[in-house]
Every structure is written in C-alpha cells, then in structure tokens.
Ligand binder design. Structure first.
Ligand SMILES: [Zn+2]
Length: 472
C-alpha cells in the first residue's frame, strides 16, 4: 500500500507532463500553467534587458507569421507571443510557455519571409518540445535556476549573454545541446512545410549565419580583437551538416506544390529597419561612444571590444582579462573627488582634474581604477576591473586615456550619431557591391557587409532588376 502511494505521488509529480511532441512522459516537475508563468515572468526581464523595437507594422508582421506557424505546431492552443527586439545582435530565442524573440539584427540578415519563418519555427520547436522546461527541471534538481534558451546567443564570455544569464539567474546559456537543437530543426521544418513554406529555408539561413561568423572573424582580424563566437546552431551545424540536411529532407513530403518564399513581401516589411546601434542607446563607431541625448562622447582603446547594452556600456580587453564599465548617477553629491572617495573608499588614491572644463577625478586601487566626470549635473563613472588581482596594471594607461577622452559631444560628432537603416533598392545594370559601397557609412568593410546581408557573400554581384538591401 505504501509503495502504491509513493508510486502515485511520483506519477503526479513527473507523469503530469506528457511531452506534446513525443507523447511520452518527461521527467518534468512543471505543469503547463507553471510553464507559462515562468515564461511570463522571464519575459518581463527580457524586456528590461532589451527594448522592444518600435514599429507596430513590423511587430504585426512577425506576429502574423509566428501565429501561422504556431497553429501548425504540436501545441496550437498555447498562447504565443512574438516580439522583435531593438538589438543589433544577430539572435533569436525562446522562453518556456510560448514567448519567442527575434532581433532586428537577425532580420537585417534575412532575405525572405520563408527564412524568417525558419528562424521562428525553430524557436517554436523549443517551446513545443518543452526544451526549456526539461532543462529547467534538470536545473531545478541541481538548484541552478532558470535557463533561457537560445540558438544564437553568443557563448558565455560575451557580455550580452552574461547579463541575460545573471538577470534571469541561470547558468546554462550554451544552447540546448546538439540533440535538442536537431529536434527543434526537425520540428521547425515540419511547421514550415505545413504553413506553406519550403523548409530548405533553414539551410539557406544557416549559410548566411555561417557567413556572418566568417565576416566577423575577418573584421576581428582587422580590428585586432577576438571574433565573437556563437554557440548552439553555429557550433553544431556547419551548413554542409548531413544530418541537418536529412532532417530538413524528412519534411519534403509535407511541402505544398507551390511553397511561399515571400522575398518581396519580407524586403518591403524591413525597408527602413534600423541597422547597427539605435540612437537613443548611444552609438558606437570605431570604438568611440557617442550619446546625443546625454551630450557626451568618449573613446575606448582600439583593440577593446565595446558592447553597448541598453542599461550599461562595457568594454572588454583583447584577451578578456579586464573590463571597463560606464555608469551614470543622476544626482551626485559633493565635488567629483568627494563623490569618488565615498564611492570607492577613502583608501583609494584620488586626483582631481579638469577635462576641458568638466570637473573630474581619477581613482586607483589595487584591483579597480577609473574616473568620475561631472557633465550636465550628472556623474559618469568609468570603472575598470580585472578578473585577477594585478590584472589592471598592463592596462593602466589605456584606462586613464579613456577617462581623459571624455568630452561634451561636438556638433560634428552629433552628425555621426544618426542611426543607419536598411533601404531596399532595385539594382541597375552595371551596379556592383564595390560601387554601392562607395561612400557607405559602413566604412571599409561596406562591400562585404552588403554581400553578406544580401546572401551573396563572399563574391556575388547584384543582377539588374534585383531588389537588394543597402545601408544608409
Ligand atoms: Zn535552438
């Protein structure tokens, strides 16, 4: 009898969750309503970390395509939420319970509605197969906390990924692992086919994303920094991956006679899309940071990686052993030196200085250094930290040069901070990417960027009459 009760209790705990895809029971300690509650809560945190992209037309379009795919999924009755995030990162991810996000950064790299549907379909696959919940259950068991799943999230070590991890309290941002990723690809392919698209779009976006990685490696070499590496899909599926091709091929039987590609429709929808940094978040150009609304500018060392997040600005040293962070205090008290001493302790070495009329102070401790600059009644705190004690000494000059580079934005600099946007044009006869890149605000890498976002990397050229993206 006692055994029976225990068995029943276990069944209620674990057996309540039948996997919607496989029909088998998962070891999942979470009901659907709990799953939705977890997603809803984490959604609030995602929207604090990232801004929602301000374009009702584009949000509606993505939602329309997303709902169409969700209806063809294994969980058609779940309430799905599709959101375009105002981020230049090339990324898409899903939370448990039906919350799916796609960045404007990845949209700029896609070339048809079918490709966008392929990204969204893959994310819906994570939701329907309850990957987040299954991992969450494992995490709960290990007392780790919530996990956000992402196919394109930069590997741990990138600031974006780390912030999100810390924010949601998780520790496993390295994708879902190969088996879950392949399962999502398989599910995504089915949903795509049933919704009237050709699942081959999965293969073509992977090629674009792979090229994006190659392109970043090329840029990183020019800039003398480490390339941004991506985990999940990039790591597990090179575009010649035979298993992925098999999986996509399995959905061939479901494809309609005339699948919808939606190239023109998609390009029309992203005409005018913000490209790169958006102005209200401040803009990074060649490692210089400009913020027109706040009226400030500063220059980070050329070899550092600058990450402009909505609520923080961070620069990482080339080998990642040191970082600088810029913070703002709306209502500082006392002089910069007094403020600095209260902030970092009276044991710090401080020095007051005048930066072209801006009152400021620098500070130095064994494991932290930087400065405080007053500008327009606000205090800007630039603080450097190292992973290990003594790790800052090699960067001392670079750090204080950065503090001293802080200045009020000039009128010439203000012109630089207009955000760039994607424009759709029709290629004329004689147009080449080299020609279109002349005078482009994308600078010396404009030509390969244009090829990349038009899926013609590394050596394609536009055909006369072809609708192509340019950035201006
Ligand atoms: Zn994935």
């Amino acid at each position: 009898m006692r055994t029976l009760i225990i068995a029943l209790a276990l069944a209620m705990l674990a057996g309540c969750a039948q996997n919607p895809v496989s029909g088998k029971s998962d070891f999942v300690m979470m009901s659907e309503s709990q799953e939705v509650a977890v997603g809803r809560q984490a959604d609030v945190q995602v929207k604090q970390q990232y801004k929602v992209y301000e374009s009702k037309a584009l949000q509606d379009y993505v939602n329309r395509v997303g709902q169409k795919l969700a209806k063809q999924s294994h969980r058609p009755d779940l309430s799905y939420h599709f959101t375009v995030l105002d981020s230049p990162e090339v990324n898409a991810f899903a939370l448990p319970g039906g919350y799916v996000y796609i960045t404007r950064g990845i949209l700029a790299h896609l070339n048809s509605e079918a490709e966008m549907a392929a990204v969204i379909g893959h994310e819906i696959g994570h939701v329907t197969a309850r990957h987040g919940v299954r991992q969450q259950s494992a995490a709960q068991a290990a007392n780790i906390g919530l996990t956000i799943a992402s196919i394109f999230v930069p590997e741990i070590g990138s600031v974006g990924g780390q912030n999100l991890t810390n924010l949601v309290g998780g520790a496993l941002l390295s994708g879902y692992g190969r088996e879950h990723e392949l399962e999502s690809d398989r599910l995504g392919a089915q949903y795509l086919a049933r919704a009237g698209y050709d699942p081959q779009a999965i293969i073509s976006i992977l090629r674009t994303l792979k090229n994006q990685e190659l392109k970043d490696a090329e840029l990183a070499k020019q800039e003398g920094r480490e390339p941004r590496r991506y985990s999940g899909l990039f790591a597990t599926h090179p575009d010649n991956d035979t298993r992925l091709k098999e999986i996509v091929g399995e959905a061939d039987g479901l494809v309609s006679a005339h699948p919808f590609e939606g190239r023109e429709e998609f390009l029309r929808q992203i005409d005018g899309l913000v490209f790169g940094d958006n102005s209200d978040q401040g803009i990074v150009r060649n490692n210089r940071f400009y913020h027109a609304d706040l009226g400030i500018a500063l220059a980070f060392p050329e070899s550092w990686q600058v990450h402009n997040q909505p609520n923080t600005l961070i620069a990482i040293s080339p080998r990642g052993e040191a970082m600088m962070q810029l913070k703002m205090d709306q209502k500082p008290q006392g002089t910069p030196t007094e403020y600095t001493r209260r902030l970092v302790g009276y044991g710090a070495q401080t020095q007051s200085l005048d930066l072209n009329g801006l009152p400021a102070a620098t500070f130095e401790l064994p494991n932290a250094m930087g400065g405080v600059i007053y500008h327009d009644k606000k205090a800007y705190i630039l603080q450097a930290q190292a992973k290990e004690r003594g790790g800052l000494s090699a960067h001392r000059n670079a750090i204080f040069d950065t503090v001293r580079s802080f200045h009020s934005i000039t009128s010439a600099e203000r012109k630089l901070v207009e955000p760039l946007s994607v424009r759709i044009i029709t290629a004329r006869s004689g147009d080449t990417y080299a020609k279109l890149a002349q005078g482009s605000p994308l600078g010396k890498s404009a030509e390969s960027y244009l090829r990349l976002i038009n899926a013609q990397y590394p050596d394609g050229e536009p055909k006369p009459g072809q609708a192509i993206k340019i950035v201006e």
